[in-house]
Design a protein around this ligand. Structure first.
Ligand SMILES: Cc1cc2nc3c(=O)[nH]c(=O)nc-3n(C[C@H](O)[C@H](O)[C@H](O)COP(=O)(O)OP(=O)(O)OC[C@H]3O[C@@H](n4cnc5c(N)ncnc54)[C@H](O)[C@@H]3O)c2cc1C
Length: 642
């Protein structure tokens, strides 16, 4: 029997959760349960349409990772079935259907007239890797969100390969940023950033408007800082449930121009800030109460690292966090004026448009704009006769060079699909999957290369999308983005004000909307890779029911006083678990070779291996869409295919 609190929260309600909905039977179940026709319709063919699946998604559902984990644990080959040899032969086999794998296939096909035989294998039921989309509702009620990857970038430092792909796909980042984003949408409605103080951490549940400037997704919100910032500060100083010295510290950080490192030259300051954490800077250098770090806890979670794992320099330059106004620091090197952009479905747009180029029938239509409302045809991805075939639900377990003097060699690739082991052959192979798994796919590699590949430990990222009936309570509270520095979920973010093609962002507080909730995983004091491992273990050990309970409770406590009813207002939940999220990037806090000298491990890790080359962002030791594109081109160049 459910506890009273569960009933109040609506835990018993029939909403869109994959755990109990499937296919046509679900439609009847939904209608019987009182769901709207639109809800029911959108569930009618969920099984064959992955973007509309709810429940546990991302890369964190067992069907996607069980084979990979058995491989990692060394147990896979103990009970592996006998391999079945397919009759297929490919010019190129790509392992991984993320941006890097799709870009590799695209460059290769484009350079060779789109007539080569290419096979892309991915362990998920959807393509795009981290760049997938979540859908809720259908028809006129369709709501989109990114399941993972959020925004792209273009600027003077964009490479020729990045420009080529964006131009070929019709993505003009500057034009889109100017014409499809309405950055003042929420501010016109009197909304902006908020902070939720929870009683367990701060002694009282209280939602206040945040007086600080926007630091997250600044390209989506204007004006910045909010025009009534000083009014907000007055309310904040009067009402924030923080001890007075902590409030004074915060006010000082955001307002004073104190030089906290007066004896150093600007260059010495940069060097010092690059080697200390922002948490240390706040407490040891700027003399703040440690509760200031608690209050600012969430502000760097967008990078997957907390304040104690983020350098002070990065806090200043990347996140625009306070405390540096008096230091007179030099501007960051590199070109200024690049443009960031977010599609309503995040970077799934890039993945979907690449798929359209490779297999036109898989995404009918011609323009970027018409792609927004177009459903991908998953039944077209792996058709015999396609030059490029995308085979989903296929986990590669072995990629082995085959020597043949006459033909210049080939690669035998084995993969598990539907409980069966298949092997197929390609002239070349690009591994656009994850570095940490590659030593298991290529046991024949040298130990030094395997060790270098294992250096990359991905960040765990949790991105939960919640489909809401309406957002009037957010409007009443005057917030569209809430940081919650003591709560289970660190940030609550209403759908971004972006409309492309026939897709319009939610226009009125009485309309349905998608809201995103992020959780950060950090254990200050441990090495960052250990933090990632612990975070990933916690993420995988958390049940859907726990995520759902926590988000309902948090929403009720945060917005209940403004009329939010978790039992009524929540229509669907998709928990995107990215156990292996952002690829690892180096930091002077953790990567000694940056200070002592030596070769960055990713250079050794990505060495081509016979007819196999390595793409993916980890092979570039960073984590962007643009890098994924460049790494694809580099891998092809190493195989002399581009
Ligand atoms: C939550 C989140 C938010 C992000 N936000 C942004 C953002 O806003 N902007 C940005 O530029 N970047 C963002 N990123 C970074 C993102 O990782 C890169 O931009 C890029 O999408 C990575 O592409 P990839 O192809 O290298 O890797 P992936 O997208 O990880 O694709 C690799 C694919 O290979 C598959 N694979 C792995 N092993 C095997 C195997 N053995 N067999 C078959 N398939 C396998 C994986 O399952 C995956 O589908 C974000 C990442 C995450 C997780």
């Amino acid at each position: 029997m459910s506890r009273p609190l569960d009933r109040e929260l609506g835990m018993h309600r029939k909403i869109r959760r994959r755990d109990f909905l499937n296919g046509a039977a679900a439609t009847a179940a939904l209608l019987a349960a009182g769901a709207t026709r639109a809800q029911a319709d959108s569930g009618a063919d969920l099984k064959d349409y992955p973007p509309a699946l709810t429940g546990m998604r991302g890369s964190g559902y067992p069907g996607a990772y069980s084979v990979g984990h058995a491989l990692r644990d060394g147990t896979f080959w103990n009970s592996a079935p006998q391999a079945v040899r397919t009759a297929e032969e490919y010019d190129l086999i790509v392992v991984g259907g993320g941006i890097s794998g799709l870009a590799a296939a695209y460059f290769f096909q484009k350079r060779h007239g789109f007539g080569k035989k290419v096979l892309i294998l991915d362990n998920h039921d959807d393509f795009g890797g981290h760049a997938k989309r979540n859908e809720f509702g259908a028809g006129g009620n369709l709501r989109l969100s990114n399941a993972g990857s959020f925004n792209i970038y273009a600027g003077e430092d964009s490479t020729a390969f990045q420009c080529e792909i964006y131009s070929d796909l019709g993505i003009d980042v500057a034009r889109l940023a100017q014409q499809t984003v309405d950055p003042r949408f929420y501010s016109r409605l009197g909304m902006g950033q908020g902070v939720f103080f929870d009683r367990e951490t701060f002694g009282a549940d209280r939602l206040l408007k945040d007086p600080a400037p926007w630091t997250d997704f600044t390209f989506l919100y204007a004006p910045n800082p909010p025009p009534e910032a000083e009014e907000r500060w007055k309310v904040f100083m009067a009402q924030a449930p923080l001890p007075d010295p902590v409030k004074r510290d915060l006010y000082r950080l955001y307002h004073d121009s104190t030089d906290y490192l007066p004896s150093l030259t600007p260059d010495q300051k940069v060097a010092r800030l690059a080697r200390m954490s922002y948490a240390d800077y706040l407490v040891k250098i700027a003399g703040c109460d440690p509760l200031v770090c608690t209050y600012l806890r969430d502000r760097t979670y967008g990078s997957g690292r907390g304040l104690s794992s983020t350098t002070a320099l990065s806090a200043h330059r990347r996140f625009g966090l306070p405390g540096f106004a008096g230091l007179n620091l030099p501007a960051a090197p590199g070109p200024a004026g690049g443009v960031e952009y977010h599609f309503p479905e995040g970077n799934a747009t890039v993945a979907r448009l690449l798929v359209r180029k490779l297999i036109p029938r898989a995404l009918p239509g011609r323009t970027l704009e018409d792609s927004m409302l177009t459903r991908a045809r998953y039944d077209e991805l792996d058709r015999r006769g396609n030059a490029t075939r995308i085979r989903l639900n296929s986990t590669v377990v072995h990629a082995q060079n085959q020597v043949s003097a006459d033909r210049g060699g080939s690669v035998e690739v084995s993969y598990m699909r539907g409980g069966k082991l298949f092997s197929t052959r390609g002239r070349h192979c690009v591994l656009a999957c994850w570095n940490y798994l590659i030593p298991h796919l290529c046991p024949e590699m040298q130990p030094e290369q395997k060790a270098a590949l294992a250096y990359n430990v991905h960040t765990p990222n949790l991105w939960v999308n919640v489909w809401l009936r309406q957002w009037r309570p957010f409007h009443r509270a005057g917030v569209n983005f809430i940081n919650a520095p003591g709560s289970y979920f660190a940030s609550l973010i209403l759908e971004q004000p972006v409309s492309v093609g026939g897709y319009r962002h939610s226009q009125s507080p009485d309309d349905p909307i998608v809201m995103t909730m992020l959780r950060g995983y950090e254990t200050p004091g441990l090495h960052i890779k250990e933090q990632f491992r612990l975070g990933r273990a916690e993420m995988y050990a958390t049940t859907f029911e726990t995520f759902e309970h926590n988000l309902r409770e948090q929403l009720g406590r945060t917005l209940g006083p403004h009329g939010f009813d978790p039992a009524l207002d929540i229509q669907g939940i998709t928990v995107n678990r990215w156990g292996h999220g952002y690829a690892y990037w180096y930091s002077p806090l953790y990567d000694d070779f940056l200070t002592t000298g030596g070769e960055p491990p990713h250079l050794r890790a990505r060495q081509p291996f016979g007819n196999i080359a390595i793409a993916n962002t980890a092979s570039g030791a960073d984590d962007s869409t643009e890098l994924a594109i460049d790494m694809a081109a580099r891998a092809l160049a190493e195989l002399a295919l581009i």
